[in-house]
Design a binder for this molecule. Structure first.
Ligand SMILES: Cc1cc2nc3c(=O)[nH]c(=O)nc-3n(C[C@H](O)[C@H](O)[C@H](O)COP(=O)(O)OP(=O)(O)OC[C@H]3O[C@@H](n4cnc5c(N)ncnc54)[C@H](O)[C@@H]3O)c2cc1C
Length: 606
């Protein structure tokens, strides 16, 4: 079974040459310690941990899975030791505030860590990932006392965290949450209910688990306006902040699922557990989603990471597996047959993976800069600026999450295809990447919900197309600057056409939606995918513009590296970007073909 290799060259190209992170970090208070040397050292150290510790546990964790016995969950062999190393390395607190024990580095540094860890072993990365969700929520909405009690052990990684939203009757529509929270008269609440699908709900990696739970107060208004947020620890903290009495929360069962088997997905029973309100009463959902964009970029990693991993392994295989001769003539006459990498159709699959992994990574790093600015403004108490950055991110996050996870999943299937029948056999690991990645388009908001959020909320309702106008203006300004170089001109021209089309499509959907309310839902998925293809095209133009400059003037990497960027840009524009036009056509089609068939006539059985 192959292992993961951290793609440090590509990461550094994006960080240093495309997005000028060194200068970006200089402009941030949290960037004071993120000097190029330190960033390099952190990337190298994290890459080593992922390659040497997490990657070797990838397949064994899948084979063994998690086990539940007497209410206790055991993670697969090696996970506890790996988590201990992770904790001792101080990785959980990399981007956490210094006053609660973190290293105070910019949010984007945390994202780079998440990318490498998630690519090497997504299941493992879920445990610290969920803790991060709990940490962010407590940091943003907790009282000072709550921060002191919970943030320090969470930041150190001694305690883990979860996000308990989903119940049997609802995942998307959280207005249906039934879990009850009754005041106990001492400032705490009795939490009763069942949550399902809770990642890291119970495990043996940390000494305590802090659940962030959505529940309803007595007489709370119906729907989303009546939901509050609570901290419910597995063990109640004692007077010294240590682990005290066991709380009334337990794991009822582990979900048997398609992939990410080393990540414990739990049914959690709250049987009159003691909980503490976090944030204002009945504003739990608002609290949950405030500044969640930063966290959501994290889930977009599950598009880029698997595309990268599957590409790395497929590429190695395609260089070695031999089958027939290349159509243009023998490439390796001394061999019995040519390596499959010489066949155009295999190259189509590999280059799709490469274009998505590297183009998607660029999308993540582009957004991560905005996240840094947003966090910085929030820390300084500049709420207006923080909100402005959050709005910019808010437009991009559904595109990143929805589009990248859909394409990432496609790429894992292509990786399996490159292996032929061997891709379907467990030993090579390719089918595991497919299974592990399938969840990415479902949790943290399905693709359909991301698409509705983008088109319905962010584009039409909140900005009447303004978000698209603002972003396309940025793209168009960039494209215009590159019209004169003949190596870049075709891409710049294409992007200019697309920015105009994106605005036109937005207006046409908006007008159609005024006459027919189903239009938003019927157009949303195509709008999201269209937006993703254009955004990725912008990222490829940005990369090729740097490559051209470095080829002319010299850069940090080799000539071959920059030539490969130009070749991949050409592939992307010629072979993947045309898909945007199919989405444009489909998005404007009348809703009739979707809505005319009576629900009872969808199938005729019996
Ligand atoms: C492995 C795993 C881990 C998870 N981890 C967690 C966790 O840690 N914490 C947690 O709280 N939850 C977790 N979840 C739950 C996950 O977030 C939900 O499953 C997800 O949000 C979808 O909710 P649902 O399953 O209820 O689907 P539903 O909401 O029932 O949706 C079903 C389908 O209907 C579509 N749909 C729904 N409403 C609309 C609409 N208005 N318009 C158009 N289409 C619509 C959806 O897009 C989807 O295709 C996890 C789930 C899994 C499988």
């Amino acid at each position: 079974m192959p292992v993961y290799k951290a793609p440090l060259r590509d990461m550094k190209f994006l960080l240093n040459e495309v997005f000028d992170y060194p200068k970006h970090y200089e402009s941030l208070a949290s960037g004071e310690n993120a000097t190029p040397d330190i960033v390099d050292a952190i990337l190298a150290e994290c890459g080593k941990f992922c390659e040497e510790v997490l990657s070797p546990l990838y397949q064994s964790g899948d084979e063994e899975g998690c086990k539940l016995e007497n209410g206790e969950v055991t993670t697969p062999a090696g996970y506890k030791e790996a988590y201990h190393q992770y904790m001792m390395g101080g990785w959980q607190g990399l981007s956490a505030p210094e006053e609660y024990g973190g290293q105070g580095l910019p949010a984007s540094m945390g994202l780079l860590k998440q990318e490498m860890m998630g690519t090497a072993n997504w299941s493992f990365s879920m445990y610290p990932g969920l803790s991060l969700g709990a940490m962010n929520t407590i940091y943003l909405h907790g009282s000072e006392a709550q921060k002191q009690t919970y943030l320090v052990p969470l930041t150190e990684g001694r305690w883990g965290g979860t996000m308990c939203l989903t119940e049997p009757q609802c995942g998307t529509d959280l207005g249906q949450v039934k879990t009850k929270a009754e005041p106990q008269g001492d400032g705490s609440y009795r939490i009763t209910g069942t949550k399902i699908f809770i990642s890291s709900g119970e495990h043996d990696l940390t000494e305590n688990i802090v659940h962030i739970v959505l529940a309803r107060l007595p007489d709370a208004p119906k729907g989303t306006r009546g939901i509050s947020l609570f901290i419910v620890p597995k063990f109640l903290p004692d007077a010294d902040g240590g682990v005290g009495e066991r709380n009334g929360v337990s794991c009822g069962s582990l979900e048997k699922k398609m992939g990410i088997k080393a990540s414990a997905t739990c049914v959690m029973n709250f049987d009159g557990a003691t909980g503490y309100l976090i944030g204002p009463e009945n504003q739990g959902l608002e609290c949950m989603f405030t500044f969640m964009n930063t966290a959501r970029i994290g889930t977009a990693i599950q598009g880029v990471g698997p595309a990268e991993l599957s590409y790395q392994w497929a590429l190695d295989y395609a260089r070695e597996r031999r089958s027939m001769r290349a159509l243009s003539g023998k490439k390796e006459p001394e061999q019995v047959a040519d390596a499959i990498i010489h066949h155009a159709d295999v190259r189509r699959m590999l280059l799709t993976q490469k274009a998505v992994a590297e183009g998607g990574r660029a999308m993540l790093y582009y957004a991560a800069r905005l996240a840094d600015h947003m966090v910085e403004a929030h820390t300084r108490g500049d709420d207006k600026k923080a909100e402005a950055y959050d709005d910019k991110l808010g437009f991009l996050t559904p595109i990143l999450k929805g589009f990248l996870t859909e394409l990432g999943y496609e790429c894992t299937n292509l990786g399996m295809q490159v292996f032929g029948g061997h891709g379907y056999i467990r030993e090579h690991g390719m089918e595991q990447i497919v299974r592990d990645t399938r969840i990415a388009t479902l949790y943290e908001g399905t693709t359909g919900i991301q698409a509705l959020d983008l088109l319905g909320r962010k584009v039409l309702l909140m900005t009447q197309g303004g978000a698209v106008r603002e972003f396309t203006l940025k793209i168009a300004n960039f494209a215009r600057k590159h019209l004169t170089d003949k190596r870049l001109r075709p891409y710049a021209v294409e992007l200019l056409k697309l920015t105009a089309q994106w605005n036109l499509l937005t207006v046409r959907v908006m007008l159609a939606a005024r006459k027919d309310r189903d239009v938003v839902s019927s157009a949303a998925n195509d709008f999201l995918m269209y937006s993703g293809y254009v955004t990725m095209a912008y990222m490829w133009l940005r990369q090729s513009a740097v490559a051209v400059d470095k080829l002319d003037n010299g850069g940090e990497d080799s000539e071959e590296f920059y030539q490969a960027k130009l070749a991949t840009t050409e592939f992307y524009f010629e072979r993947l970007l045309p898909r945007a036009q199919a989405h444009a056509t489909s998005m404007l089609s009348p809703t009739r073909s979707l809505m005319q068939l009576d629900s009872d006539h969808m199938a005729f059985t019996g």
